[in-house]
Design a protein around this ligand. Structure first.
Ligand code: NAG
Ligand code: NAG
Length: 196
């Protein structure tokens, strides 16, 4: 059954990635595994409190900064983890995947080759505290880490979220200020030049 489980969960990803030019992309978008019971009925997610919590190494980031995201509380077998902007688009990329997990590209943009999501590579238990490395995008926007975590085939919680991680343009702000000032002075020069 474990074998079937991994296949069933991952099968949803390529299936819906065929719709990648826009709209819903199944598990990548709604983070629902679509697991079925023996009567071919979709198994609903757990609605009670989750044993899991997503924690992030920092509550803010600067462009291209690497952060660590951990799944705490209990061991788990399956996961689909992403960082999302306020409009639900995926942001940043994952790297250095821990054992028994793998990086995937839910956005499916060949030009960026982004590994915007991470999922399980098999149904082996992954220990509580398993950490993932995420590198922030170059442009800024607050992100929230969002995950579906499977304890067992039939037992999973969807769309668990971290705290919101705020984007800071601290490193970029002085550049903008200097350049605005520069542009204004240049305009002044042009203006003066035109008057003469
Ligand atoms: C399907 O049935 C088998 C045998 O009765 C059982 O062991 C298994 O847990 C069931 N699977 C699900 C997903 O309900
Ligand atoms: C981003 O997060 C910061 C800190 O929580 C907040 O002040 C700011 O309003 C947020 N920005 C947006 C666009 O939500």
């Amino acid at each position: 059954m474990s074998y079937f489980w991994s296949l069933a969960f991952l099968a949803a990803v390529p299936l819906v990635m065929a719709y990648s030019s826009g709209a819903p992309r199944g598990a990548c978008v709604n983070l629902t595994p679509g697991h079925q019971n023996n009567a071919s009925m979709i198994i609903p997610p757990q609605t009670g409190p989750s044993p899991y919590a997503l924690s992030v190494s920092k509550n803010m980031y600067t462009p291209k900064e690497a952060l660590t995201v951990s799944v705490n509380g209990a061991s788990f077998r399956g996961i689909l983890l992403q960082a999302r902007l306020a409009d639900d688009t995926l942001a940043g990329s994952f790297s250095n995947e821990p054992t028994n997990t793998k990086l995937i590209d839910c956005t499916n943009q060949p030009s960026t080759n982004s590994r915007d999501s991470v999922t399980h590579a098999n149904s082996d238990p992954k220990s509580a505290g398993t950490s993932f490395t995420w590198t922030a995008p170059g442009d800024v926007g607050n992100v929230t880490f969002t995950a579906t975590v499977l304890q067992e085939y039939e037992v999973f919680w969807v769309k668990l979220t971290s705290q919101e991680i705020s984007a800071t343009a601290a490193a970029g702000a002085p550049w903008v200020t200097v350049n605005s000032a520069l542009i204004i002075s240049l305009l002044g020069v042009v203006f003066v030049a035109t008057k003469q």
